[in-house]
Ligand binder design. Structure first.
Ligand SMILES: [Zn+2]
Length: 324
């Protein structure tokens, strides 16, 4: 007998967002904490426990009415094995058995996967991907990556890390990426890449408003601030966003050429920048995709927005429950 609720938890780089979700994909109760993925495992686990117990208490729902906890985690995860492979730069996370540790502590089944994979499941089940049999979800945010749905199933690959498109090398010998390689798509097409290009221009002496807009401590500048400069007519900012969109679009052409999906859903915070990023992305995708394949695919924005992390994690719980 299927149970009416799931708890979806999105472990992010700045917060952990959790929600009680029903089978219609609606978040009924929410809980957010300031714990985040760049802290030690024990801190994150305790924050998740607290989120779980607060949601149960606040909603008044019985534990027996909850199918499972779905948990989205950034970085490389092996979902089927329930393991975080690598996360941020904290060695304590390497090969950490997060799913089973949490299931034992909470006393309820836990499903773990990479956050982008779960976002793909969420848009497929409840959002822009409804009815699509073969689709990809692309996250255009701090990082860049895809979740792949093949024949209505999430495809995760041999060790769970399929879809790391952001670390495909597109510029041999190009700028250093966070992964240690050079010239990855992520060195251009994401928040990290945009910030890198801003500092590159400033250091090269470019005349730009961005010089006054970067954080004084040399930290990453957000895509939204770069968009602000672009809207004020700053040519350097416009060009940086064009480049980010362009490389993102080249990456989309790879998705189409390799997977031949009927639909690509593009989400993530950077999509809010709008045409400054979206137009060069579609133009690059069209330029680099064979016409027959270009004609076969639709590219649409996400529908679930900031709730997608929570809803996607719950969607995976419901999808797995139906598979048995
Ligand atoms: Zn990389």
């Amino acid at each position: 007998m299927s149970k009416p609720f799931a708890i979806g938890i999105d472990v992010g780089g700045t917060k952990i967002a959790a929600g009680l979700v029903n089978r219609a994909g609606e978040i009924l109760y929410r809980y957010t904490t300031r714990a985040h993925s760049e802290q030690q495992p024990e801190v994150v686990i305790r924050a998740i426990e607290e989120a779980y117990h607060c949601l149960i208490k606040e909603s008044g729902v019985e534990m027996t009415e909850i199918e499972a906890v779905g948990l989205g985690f950034p970085g490389n995860t092996n979902g089927p094995a329930g393991i975080v492979l690598v996360s941020s730069n904290l060695p304590a996370w390497n090969h950490f058995p997060l799913r089973d540790t949490l299931a034992a502590r909470l006393g309820i089944p836990v499903i773990l996967d990479n956050d982008t994979n779960l976002c793909a499941v969420g848009e497929h089940r409840y959002g822009a991907g409804r009815g699509a049999r073969n689709m990809s979800y692309v996250t255009f945010s701090t990082g860049y990556g895809i979740g792949i749905i093949i024949n209505n199933q999430l495809y995760v690959g041999h060790t769970g890390t399929a879809g790391e498109l952001g670390h495909v090398v597109i510029d041999i010998g190009g700028p250093l990426c966070t992964c240690g390689k050079r010239g990855c798509i992520m060195a251009y097409a994401c928040g990290i890449g945009i910030s890198r290009m801003v500092y590159e221009q400033i250091n090269a002496g470019a005349e730009t408003l961005l010089r006054q807009m970067v954080p004084a401590n040399g930290q990453r500048i957000s895509g939204e601030i770069v968009a602000e400069a672009a809207q004020q007519g700053d040519a350097v900012a416009v060009e940086i966003l064009r480049k980010a969109g362009y490389y993102g679009g080249v990456a989309l052409s790879m998705v189409v050429e390799i997977l031949n999906p009927e639909l690509i859903v593009v989400g993530g915070g950077l999509t809010r920048i709008g045409p400054l990023l979206w137009d060069p992305m579609l133009a690059a995708m069209r330029e680099h995709t064979q016409p027959e394949l270009w004609d076969s695919v639709r590219v649409v924005p996400w529908q679930l927005g900031d709730d997608l992390g929570i809803i996607g994690a719950a969607a995976k719980v419901f999808a797995e429950a139906e598979a048995y």
